[in-house]
Design a protein around this ligand. Structure first.
Ligand code: UDP
Ligand code: MG
Length: 329
């Protein structure tokens, strides 16, 4: 179904300590938006929405300066660092009532912003979701490439449908964003949820560039947390795997017992200190892993039932762009 109405676009950009790169990336995005406006592909009140995820540098000051120069730029500021997923959710949630289309893109512009033109074309063709997919991972380190591959493989085994080599560069229609917002979990794994929404979706390919400036905000610690969020929020398979492994070990232990019994009856001396030590350590370790996996799920349930907000917004210059304060009479 082709649409002929001009859509209002919002480009959501999560920013965490992006002071070095914002002065470069903001004008690039602005020029793209202007071209889209000039060609009447988006409405003149389309916006760029920077979400400052509790930066400690001058990111928010820069966003405010940009806003003063040009009303196309708007910003949200978190009260502290909540993480990229929360920043994306906040940007989409705030933009959802006003924007017909939302594009999310990283502040460092590693993802090719020119692809936005193609994304809009696909939206006009009737697609609700357009995924930006990297056609190679040459700008990644060997470690990141390998762990990413392992992650996709593992998630596939768990039955979670991820789009390989797609990060958070995508276009979504208003109704797809509304559906995403109805997922109320406190640590949403957006990349896993979106393919499950089931709207018409397509992919566009691009080559990922190195970061324009600044450094990656994903140290190993954050990468592990992100992967765990993905695995544990989508499946109870790890608990089941532990159960099967436990059963297997118990079965093995029974066989060993049987063997010991036979040796005993035959009068053979069972010294076996090393085998006892080995199984002791193995079982101890295994039990710790098993308990901590279950603990992770219990912990997550605990976090969910508290219904704490996913983020707290300290300032918002986006909503006010569409709903100007009523004059006091
Ligand atoms: N980001 C964020 N909060 C965080 C970490 C990252 O909003 O806690 C943003 C960051 O500013 C960037 C995007 O998420 O716009 C992706 O981060 P980065 O480029 O550092 O990740 P990488 O490309 O190295 O995976
Ligand atoms: Mg990056």
């Amino acid at each position: 179904m082709k649409s002929s109405v001009i859509p209002r676009l919002t480009i959501v950009v999560p920013c965490y300590n992006e002071e070095p790169v914002l002065p470069t990336s903001a004008p690039i995005l602005r020029r793209i938006l202007q071209r889209l406006m000039d060609h009447q592909q988006v409405t003149p009140d389309s916006k760029i929405l920077f979400v400052d995820d509790g930066s400690q540098d001058r990111t928010w000051a820069l966003i405010t300066e940009l806003r003063q120069q040009d009303t196309c730029y708007t910003g949200l500021k978190f009260s502290r660092n909540y993480g990229q997923e929360a920043a994306l959710m906040a940007g989409m949630q705030i933009a959802q009532p006003y924007a017909d289309l939302i594009v999310t893109i990283d502040a460092d512009l590693q993802d090719d912003p020119q692809l936005i033109f193609g994304m809009l074309e696909q939206a006009r063709e009737g697609f609700d979701i357009v995924y930006g997919v990297r056609n190679d991972r040459s700008t990644d380190t060997w470690f990141k490439r390998t762990t990413a591959q392992g992650f996709y493989w593992f998630m596939g085994k768990l039955g979670v449908d991820l789009i390989p080599n797609h990060s958070d560069f995508r276009l979504m229609s208003q109704r797809a964003v509304t559906a995403l917002m109805s997922c109320q979990e406190s640590h949403p794994f957006i990349r896993g949820i979106i393919p499950q929404l089931g709207f018409p979706a397509t992919k566009l390919y691009y080559k990922r560039q190195p970061r324009k400036a600044g450094v990656s905000k994903y140290p190993l610690r954050k990468m592990i947390r992100f992967a765990l969020d993905g695995i544990l929020s989508f499946s109870i398979a790890p608990i089941r795997a532990v159960l099967y492994a436990g059963l297997l070990i118990c079965g093995g232990a029974l066989l060993v017992l049987l063997w010991i019994l036979i040796q005993h009856i035959r009068g053979a001396v069972v010294t076996g200190w090393s085998s006892i030590m080995a199984s002791l350590w193995f079982l101890g370790g295994f039990q710790l892993v098993a308990t901590s996996i279950i603990g992770e799920y219990v912990g997550r349930t605990f976090t969910e039932v508290k219904h704490r907000p996913r983020f707290i917004i300290q300032s918002d210059t986006y909503s006010s762009a569409f709903t100007p304060a009523q004059p006091v009479v």
